[in-house]
Design a protein around this ligand. Structure first.
Ligand code: NCD
Length: 322
C-alpha cells in the first residue's frame, strides 16, 4: 500500500487507512524481528532494505528514537549514517539548513531528522521536494523525529500501536494525557492520531501553565471530539489509558518556573494500584512515575518503547516502497 503522505512531518497527514496499515505491518515486523510465529524460522524481512541507506540527523539529544531508527534499518538489512549534535555540523560555519538538507539528500535514500526548532521538519521536507524536482524524480522520503515542541509523529504511531495491543481495540477509548501538554510534542501528535478513531474521549490533566495549545483544542472542537481539561492527576487515572509525560525542561526560559512545575504531577502507587488503566510514557521519565509502579501488569511504558523498532521498520519499509 502507498501511504497518503510523501514525507512525514505531522501526524495530521496520517489518515486512518495509513495508521491501520502501519499498525498491521508493525505487527508483522515485530513477529519477524523476534523470529516468532514464523513456521520455518526464516526471517522474511531480513533483506528488505538491502542497499538502502538511511541518514539520521539528530540535532537534539535522543536515545530511544535514534537507536530504534538505526536498529529498525539494520534489522531490515539496510545501512545508516548517523550524525548527532549541531556542534559537529556545518551549520556552525553558517551554512543554511536548506543547503545541508540538499547535500545530505544526495547521499542517502531516506532522511530522518530531530531538530530543536518547531517547524524545522517542514523546511526539510520542502527542500527534499525541491531536490526531487531538480533531479527529475529522485525521491528521498523525510521523517520528522521530533521538531522542538511541535510534533513527534513516529512516537505517536508507536504509541497508537501500543494502545491497540494493550487495550485490544483502538476505538471508544477514554484517554488521559498528563503533565506538560503545552510542550510535549508526543502529546500533540498522539492527540491528532487518536481523533481518527470513533468514540475517543480525552481528559487533559496539567498545571494551568502547561495546558494543551489552543490550536489542538480548536482541532478537537472542530472534529466534535469530547474532552475535558483538569488541573490535577486524580481523575486522570480512571480511564482506559493514562499517558504520562515529563515536564520539558529544555523548552523553559525561566528555570525557576521549571523547578516549580517539574514535580507537580507525580504518579504514585496509591493512585493506580486499584485501577486497571494502561499506563504509558514516551520516556525518558524523570520522576513522574514512581518506579514501584513498573511492576504493575498495566505499566506498559517499556513495552511501548520496545514497539519503536517494529513501527519504525514498518514506516521506513513502506516509505521506501518495499
Ligand atoms: C520524547 C521526545 O523526544 O519528545 N522522547 C522520545 O522520543 N521517546 C519525550 C520526551 O523527551 O519527554
Amino acid at each position: 500500500m502507498a501511504l497518503s503522505f510523501r514525507h512525514l512531518v505531522s501526524a495530521s497527514q496520517v489518515t486512518r487507512p495509513d495508521a491501520d496499515f502501519l499498525m498491521e505491518r508493525a505487527g508483522d515486523m515485530k513477529r519477524d524481528i523476534a523470529q516468532r510465529d514464523i513456521a520455518d524460522g526464516v526471517r522474511r524481512h531480513a533483506d528488505l532494505l538491502h542497499d538502502e541507506l538511511v541518514g539520521l540527523l539528530f540535532y537534539e539529544p535522543s536515545t530511544r528514537t535514534s537507536i530504534s531508527f538505526e536498529a529498525a534499518t539494520k534489522r531490515l538489512g539496510g545501512n545508516t549514517i548517523v550524525r548527532e549534535g549541531i556542534h559537529f555540523s556545518s551549520l556552525t560555519k553558517g551554512e543554511t539548513p536548506e543547503d545541508t538538507y540538499r547535500v545530505v539528500a544526495a547521499n542517502v535514500d531516506a532522511l530522518v531528522m530531530r531538530h530543536p526548532q518547531a517547524g524545522a521538519a517542514a523546511v526539510a521536507a520542502r527542500r527534499l521536494d525541491q531536490y526531487r524536482e531538480e533531479t527529475k524524480g529522485r525521491y528521498v522520503p523525510f521523517i520528522n523525529a521530533g521538531d522542538g515542541n511541535n510534533e513527534h509523529p513516529t512516537q505517536a504511531l508507536l504509541d497508537l500501536f501500543t494502545i491497540e495491543q494493550e487495550c485490544d481495540r483502538i476505538d471508544h477509548l477514554h484517554v488521559a494525557m498528563a503533565g506538560d501538554l503545552k510542550n510535549g510534542r508526543t502529546v500533540h501528535s498522539l492527540t491528532k492520531l487518536l481523533t481518527l478513531y470513533p468514540g475517543t474521549r480525552f481528559t487533559f490533566a496539567s498545571p494551568e501553565q502547561l495546558r494543551l495549545p489552543e490550536s489542538l483544542i480548536a482541532m478537537l472542537r472542530d472534529k466534535d471530539v469530547e474532552y475535558t481539561e483538569v488541573p490535577s492527576l486524580d481523575v486522570a487515572t480512571k480511564g482506559d489509558v493514562l499517558y504520562m509525560t515529563r515536564v520539558q525542561k529544555e523548552r523553559f526560559n525561566d528555570m525557576e518556573e521549571y523547578e516549580r512545575l517539574k514535580d507537580v504531577f507525580r504518579l504514585t502507587m496509591d493512585m493506580v494500584e486499584e485501577e486497571d488503566v494502561v499506563i504509558l510514557h514516551p520516556l525518558p521519565r524523570v520522576g513522574e512515575i514512581a518506579t514501584d509502579i513498573d511492576e504493575l501488569p498495566n505499566a506498559a511504558y517499556f513495552r511501548q518503547a520496545d514497539n519503536g523498532v517494529p513501527m519504525r521498520a514498518a514506516l521506513l519499509a513502506t516509505m521506501l516502497g518495499k
